[in-house]
Design a protein around this ligand. Structure first.
Ligand SMILES: [Zn+2]
Ligand SMILES: [Zn+2]
Length: 140
């Protein structure tokens, strides 16, 4: 019933299912917990919301999946751990897209050095209006 995850931790079957769902559907996309729950139910109709919630927390801590942290987003999204990238958050429709950008590591080190801080992560979020929302309601 148990298998080793890539990091060597034993994971319950339902947790592995949640991991598989995020890895199958989370490439370049951001899945809300409700999406993940709906997808997991296709293979395991009895899986509960709480199990999915616990699995997501555990998998994030293990680094198998990544939580998308975007200021102003109305809920937490999950994605597969990818190279560092920035996020765009549309304030009109709420969509979150990946942006192919990350802070130059030299800059982060320089900031860390000059302020004497220990950096855990540096996130970049750009917010505004997406092309669809701009088209629907052009700025005057
Ligand atoms: Zn939008
Ligand atoms: Zn992303």
């Amino acid at each position: 019933m148990h298998a080793l995850s890539p990091t060597g931790h034993r994971l319950p079957k339902n947790y592995r299912l949640v991991n598989d769902v995020v890895h199958e559907h989370g490439h370049g996309r951001h899945l809300a917990m409700a999406d993940i729950h709906a997808l997991a139910k296709r293979s395991q109709p009895t899986i509960g919301f709480t199990t999915v919630y616990r699995a997501l927390n555990r998998l994030s801590r293990l680094g198998l999946i990544a939580e998308v942290r975007v200021p102003g987003a109305d809920m937490t999204y999950y994605e597969t751990p990818a190279d560092p990238h920035a996020h765009f958050h549309c304030e009109s429709c709420g969509r979150i897209d990946d942006l192919d950008y990350h802070l130059p590591s030299g800059d982060v080190e320089r900031i860390a050095g000059s302020y004497g801080i220990d950096v855990r992560e540096a996130l970049v979020t750009i917010s505004g209006r997406c092309p669809a929302c701009r088209e629907a309601a052009p700025a005057t």
